[in-house]
Ligand binder design. Structure first.
Ligand code: GLU
Length: 445
C-alpha cells in the first residue's frame, strides 16, 4: 500500500522547531517511500484558529522546502464527524454524561485519597432513561464519552517498539463537549480513515491518545494505521518549547538569517545517532532517514549549535543556490564574489557587508603610508587574476624590505579597512585597479 502520512498542526500559533521535527520526519518518511504527505489543519477550535496562522504555517513549511500533496481542514469536515458520532451511538459506544467539571474533580480527589487511579467511574452509564430526562429537563447538557473495551491494546510503535496499554486503566475519553464542539480525538481518527493514512507519526505527547484511538478505528470499522511517536524537542536548558518563544519559531529563525537547509538538517539530526553535519539538500536527508536512528530520549535544541551548522551550510552552498537572494540584497558580484566570501559568512546577510568592502565606497585605514605608496606604483595593469595579489606582495616586499604581518596588514587595512577577511588573492581582482589605487592613496573609494 502506498505510504500516506499527515502533518496536523493547529493554526493557533506559528510553528516552532519541535513542530517542524514532526513535519520533517513525516516528510522524510513519505519521500523515502515515494508516498504522500497531507497537510491537515486541526482548526476545530474556531476561537483560537486563524487564517493568518494557517498561512504562516504554509509559509514556514514552504520556506523549509517541505511540500505537501494535499491540504485538508478539519473545519470543512464536521459532517463526517457527525456521521461518525451517529455510528458510535448506534453501536452503543458513545454515551451521554452529565457531570460538571467540579463534580469530576471531586471524584478524582476522592479516588486519589483512597489510593485508587483517577479513572472515570462510568456513573453516567448507569443512569436510566428517566434520570437522564430529569437531568436534561433541569437544563443539564450532556458531553459524550467513548466507551472503551476493557482489554489490552497493543501496537508496534515505529520508534518506541511494542506498546501495551490496558484500556481498563483509562477513563472513557470525552469526544464531544456539552456545547457540541469536538475534542481532538475523534476528528483525527475520522480524518485518518477518510484520507487513507497508513502511518501516524507524531510527538510522544500523543502516546496517551493512541490506545483510545486504536479502539475508535475499530469501532468505526476501520483498520488502525501504524503509529510512531518520536521524543519531544526541548530547549538547550531542557525546557519545553513554546509557541510563544520567537527565537525558536521558524519565522524567528528565518528573520535571524538562518538558512532553511540548516534548520532542516539540524532538526533532522537532533535526537539521532548521526553527527550534526551539513547536507547538500533535503533529498539527501530523506535518504538517510530511518526510524531506528531516533532516540527515545528528549532531543536538545541548542540555538548556538544551529548557528555553527548554519555557517557550515553556507560554506557549502553553490552560487546557484544563493544568486537570487544575493541580487535581492543588492550584491551583484557574481560567482567569483561568492567564492571569495562564502567561507567568511555566518549568515547570508554578511555577504552585503563584504560586497560594500569590494564595491565601495570604503574609507581605507592607512597604517603604513610608505608601503601603500609603493604598492600603488607596483600595481600591474589589468586584467587581474588570482596571481595578481601574490605578485604585488612579492614586488612590494622587494621594494620595501617589509615582510610577514608588517607587509600584509597595512595592505589589507588600506584595501579593505578590516584586519581580517576573505583572502586578498580573491578580493583584489574584484576590487579592481581604480578602487585599489584610490584606497592605497588613502582616498574613499
Ligand atoms: N493537532 C494535533 C497536534 O498538533 C495533531 C496530533 C496528531 O498528529 O494526531 O498535536
Amino acid at each position: 500500500m502506498a505510504v500516506t502520512v499527515r502533518f496536523a498542526p493547529s493554526p493557533t500559533g506559528r510553528i516552532h522547531a519541535g513542530n517542524i521535527r514532526t513535519a520533517l520526519i513525516n516528510w522524510m518518511f513519505a519521500h523515502a517511500k515515494h508516498g504522500r504527505l497531507i497537510l491537515r489543519l486541526d482548526d476545530t477550535d474556531a476561537e483560537r484558529s486563524t487564517e493568518e496562522f494557517a498561512a504562516g504555517i504554509r509559509e514556514d513549511l514552504a520556506w523549509l522546502g517541505l511540500d505537501w500533496a494535499e491540504q485538508v481542514r478539519q473545519s470543512d469536515r464536521f459532517a463526517r464527524y457527525d456521521a461518525a458520532v451517529e455510528k458510535l451511538k448506534a453501536g452503543g459506544r458513545l454515551y451521554p454524561a452529565y457531570e460538571t467539571p467540579e463534580e469530576l474533580e471531586l471524584k478524582r480527589k476522592r479516588q486519589l485519597a483512597r489510593g485508587r487511579p483517577p479513572v472515570y467511574d462510568r456513573a453516567a452509564l448507569k443512569l436510566n432513561e428517566e434520570e437522564r430526562t430529569r437531568l436534561e429537563a433541569k437544563g443539564c447538557k450532556p458531553h459524550w464519552r467513548f466507551k472503551l473495551e476493557s482489554r489490552d491494546v497493543v501496537w508496534d510503535d515505529l520508534v518506541r517498539g511494542r506498546q501495551h496499554v490496558d484500556a481498563a486503566s483509562l477513563s472513557d475519553p470525552v469526544l464531544v463537549r456539552a456545547d457540541g464542539t469536538y475534542l481532538y480525538t475523534l476528528p483525527s481518527v475520522v480524518d485518518d480513515i477518510d484520507l487513507g493514512i497508513t502511518h501516524v507519526i507524531r510527538g510522544e505527547d500523543h502516546v496517551v491518545n493512541t490506545a483510545p484511538q486504536i479502539q475508535l478505528f475499530e469501532a468505526l470499522s476501520a483498520t488502525a494505521p501504524a503509529f510512531g511517536h518520536h521524543s519531544l524537542l526541548v530547549g538547550a536548558e531542557g525546557q519545553a518549547l513554546s509557541k510563544r518563544d520567537r527565537s525558536l519559531s521558524i519565522e524567528g529563525l528565518r528573520e535571524e538569517g538562518i538558512e532553511a537547509l540548516a534548520v532542516t538538517t539540524y532538526v533532522a539530526t537532533l535526537g539521532t545517532s548521526d553527527p550534526v553535519a551539513p547536507h547538500a539538500n533535503l533529498d539527501e536527508l530523506a535518504r538517510g532517514f530511518d526510524f531506528g536512528k531516533l532516540s527515545r530520549a528528549p532531543a536538545r535544541f541548542d540555538p548556538h549549535e544551529l548557528r555553527l551548522l548554519n555557517a557550515k551550510v553556507l560554506h557549502m552552498l553553490p552560487f546557484s543556490a544563493v544568486a537570487g537572494r544575493l541580487s535581492a540584497m543588492g550584491v551583484s558580484g557574481g560567482e567569483a564574489f561568492w567564492h571569495a566570501v562564502q567561507s567568511n559568512l555566518s549568515v547570508l546577510a554578511d555577504a552585503a557587508a563584504w560586497w560594500r568592502v569590494v564595491n565601495g565606497p570604503l574609507k581605507p585605514v592607512i597604517t603604513d603610508a610608505s608601503i601603500c605608496d609603493q604598492a600603488v606604483v607596483l600595481l600591474p595593469p589589468e586584467p587581474w587574476d588570482e596571481q595578481t595579489w601574490e605578485r604585488l606582495a612579492a614586488a612590494v616586499k622587494q621594494a620595501t624590505g617589509a615582510k610577514g604581518k608588517a607587509l600584509f596588514q597595512p595592505l589589507r587595512l588600506a584595501l579593505t579597512a578590516r584586519e581580517h577577511g576573505p583572502e586578498l588573492k580573491h578580493l583584489l581582482p574584484l576590487i579592481g585597479k581604480a578602487r585599489a589605487t584610490a584606497r592605497l592613496e588613502g582616498k574613499t573609494a
